[in-house]
Design a binder for this molecule. Sequence first.
Ligand SMILES: Nc1nc2c(ncn2[C@@H]2O[C@H](COP(=O)(O)OP(=O)(O)OP(=O)(O)O)[C@@H](O)[C@H]2O)c(=O)[nH]1
Ligand SMILES: [Mg+2]
Ligand SMILES: [Zn+2]
Length: 373
Amino acid sequence: MTDDPISGGSAAGPTLESLGYSDRWRVLFEAQAKAGHVPARVLRSDRGIAIVAAAGGFVRAEPSARLRRDTDAGAPACGDWVVLDPAPTHRTALIEGVLPRSSAFTRGASDESSARQVIAANVDTVFVVHPIEPAPNLRRIERELALAWESGAIPVVVLTKCDVVDAAETERRVAGVGEVALGVDVLATSATAGTGIESSRAYAREGQTVALIGPSGVGKSTLINALLGEERQATREVRASDGKGRHTTVTRELVPLPGGGVLLDTPGMRAVAMIDAQDGIATAFADITALAEGCRFRDCTHTGEPACAVTAAVEAGELPEERLSSWHKLLREAQVAAMRTDARLRAEEERRWKHIHKSAREVYRLKGKDPGR
Ligand SMILES: Nc1nc2c(ncn2[C@@H]2O[C@H](COP(=O)(O)OP(=O)(O)OP(=O)(O)O)[C@@H](O)[C@H]2O)c(=O)[nH]1
Ligand SMILES: [Mg+2]
Ligand SMILES: [Zn+2]
């Protein structure tokens, strides 16, 4: 094992437990591991080369040839727990297996032929990060919450830079976000003033993983530094001209906290494309999901059917119209994404069968040529 190549910290590195290793992972590891293999967690993964943390420290690792062939498992993603062959005779350790994920924050690949890309694996809490000023875009927050719920992690909305507006305005905006973030904690923080840092830290207890997502320049890395108590993550001034960040963070990476717990810094996402997140949408819009129970038709689309409890709630002023149209929009996008996924899976299946038929023909042809059989 090498010295910590990424933070210059101690060669010993964090313990597996502080990185979140638990009985769940032990059982899954033992089911896959062979003699000499050790469990490790992927801190960073860049074009197939990963930096992983194992009990002995940090090491460079790449997927074994067998794992690369096994397309189902996909490339090891940031946050994955893996089966590692430390391979003392090689310079690079080999990742022999990826343990089944407890959660996965994914996005549709830009290339339609390939599968979804896992942005963060095995995350317990997703911080949906937005600055308090300009006033948070509630529609974007709804979208990100749906995706966070879909990932299997618990979302928390973190409003940053609360030092730039007064306390009363902060309170108003937190309440406004609370109205669209049902059952979700909303934190008001300021790394500059040091407020809300302790309440943020509470989510990153020993063994817990917290991923930060949100547009560039919102203060994700600054918040991580505040939680670390040191300037470890690079941060940068937002352009004054248009208030847009410049993608200071360029790779996703796990950052172990000294007191246990792990943070996952991500590069800012400009637009967040919807994936087939229909369950996530149902959870993020628990109010609409509950109202829909009262519709006459079980498959009511809440677009003008008779005895629709959802449109009735809008008419009665109990459900904001913008919220219902936001729900319609996200659901449509999710359905389109689902159809695309289905088409891709069908195409893959077809390719697989073509390959099998071709191999089978090959075998018959060879047999036919061999009079001895
Ligand atoms: N006033 C104020 N500025 C802040 C606060 N937190 C962050 N900033 C500033 O916001 C700018 C962007 O912060 P970053 O932490 O680099 O943003 P990021 O979300 O990591 O951006 P990317 O890495 O590009 O995705 C920096 O100039 C920070 O100093 C805060 O609490 N108050
Ligand atoms: Mg950053
Ligand atoms: Zn309805």
